[in-house]
Design a protein around this ligand. Structure first.
Ligand code: PHB
Length: 387
């Protein structure tokens, strides 16, 4: 090669290398796809705040790189999920997707993440399929599968000696799968679910269903509702006079982030979940203090899940020193992490779902207080996941 040709070749090589080098030194693009309107709006905000708090505590960087945020309001509307997630994947070209709350929307996100091989961290939505048949190396969850809180509540309800249960929920993936988990454990423990009631998401016209519960007189009612819908349901159950005669159980979303709005109607309600506000550990106390100081608001389970989503991403990025081109090492490190969560330390299953303690809690004032460990180290069965 002549000298000028060598120079030209070197210049060309440098040019070609430049985008890659630049891509590994600029900010990491995080796409937050969450509900900022509708019945789950508060949940989306708490997840975002939790995520950002962890990043802020790390000096605004993960794996040595700044974080840049892109946001889409998914409205908890599954029919818009594909369009919304493509705004982040195709238009904004994010490096990692974080979302969402609603199981139906999250299923659309997981499909797009798989098709485009985009990293996805699910900070709430429990859709069993995401860490079941749809599982993949690029998908992890910092929250729970719908089966987990349903199952642990079923364990507790059976232990308390209830025999005949009715369930009530919204008829979409989260409701149906949570009820399925509850039924599995409750019937294994000797109980029987005599009737499942449901209504379309996000409707809150509960009256006819409450009348049916009053007529059937089960020993216990199991409910899955969350956000604004949970506030209304708990108030309506109380106003109908049912709380004194038929105990109300639920997965902890029934009373999480909602106690201020539910007031007296929620006091004393027992639920199970992978978090309790009053967990008296240095990690939880420090987290709650930091969250309250930053946002002038008390943390809840959604804030914890957002915070832990950032911790999982941080662990992956630290392992590759922020170099996203080392994809296999990055996803392997995200899977291998032991998350030092405010909920207690947890690991991820092969399918990418938290293996975690489930707590029995009781609503007192504005806190879900820890009562006992309902199920220790509960792992989702990950039915259908082949990895
Ligand atoms: C869900 O749709 O998976 C879902 C929504 C809200 C919750 C829990 C699960 O609080």
């Amino acid at each position: 090669m002549t000298a000028p040709a060598r120079l030209a070749a070197a210049a060309l090589a440098a040019l070609c290398a430049a985008p890659a080098a630049f891509a590994q030194s600029g900010p990491i693009k995080v796409g937050l796809m969450l509900p900022y309107t509708g019945t789950y709006a508060a949940l989306g905000n708490m997840i975002e705040n939790g995520f950002k708090l962890y990043v802020q505590e790390q000096g605004g960087k993960l794996g040595g790189r700044e974080i840049e945020y892109f946001k889409v309001d998914d409205e908890s509307d599954p029919s818009k999920a594909t369009d919304n997630v493509n705004k982040l994947i195709k238009r904004d070209q994010v490096d990692v997707l974080v979302g969402t709350v609603h199981s139906g929307v999250a299923l659309g996100m997981a499909k797009a993440a798989k098709e485009n091989n985009t990293l996805l961290i699910v900070p709430n939505a429990g859709a069993d399929a995401i860490t079941g048949p749809m599982c993949g190396p690029n998908i992890v969850r910092s929250s729970f599968s719908n089966w987990q809180p349903g199952y642990s509540t079923g364990v507790v309800a059976a232990q308390k000696g209830y025999k005949r249960a009715m369930t009530i929920t919204w008829n979409y993936a989260a409701g149906a799968e949570t009820v399925k988990g509850f039924t599995e454990a409750f019937e294994k423990g000797g109980g029987k679910v005599i009737k499942d009631l449901n209504l379309p998401f996000p409707n809150v016209e509960f009256q006819a269903l409450l009348t049916e519960i009053a007529a059937q007189k089960p020993d216990v009612v199991f409910a899955f509702f969350a956000g604004g819908g949970a506030v209304k349901f708990v108030k309506d159950y109380d106003a109908a006079g049912l709380r004194k005669t038929i105990p109300l159980f639920g997965s902890g979303f029934l009373t999480d982030g909602t106690l201020e709005a539910q007031g007296a109607a929620a006091q004393g309600l027992q639920t199970t979940l992978h978090y309790a506000d009053s967990l008296d550990t240095p990690r939880n106390n420090a987290f709650r203090k930091s969250f309250a100081l930053t946002y002038k608001q008390n943390a809840d389970v959604y804030a914890v899940q957002g915070y832990d989503a950032a911790q999982i991403l941080g662990a992956g990025l630290a392992a590759v020193k922020g170099d996203l081109s080392k994809r296999d090492a990055l996803t392997a490190a995200m899977r291998k992490v032991t998350v030092d969560s405010p909920r207690g330390k947890f690991t991820l299953s092969k399918a990418g779902n938290p293996v975690q303690d489930m707590y029995l809690r009781e609503a007192k004032g504005v806190n879900n207080e820890f009562r006992s460990v309902a199920v220790k180290g509960l792992a989702d069965p990950a039915r259908g996941c082949r990895l």
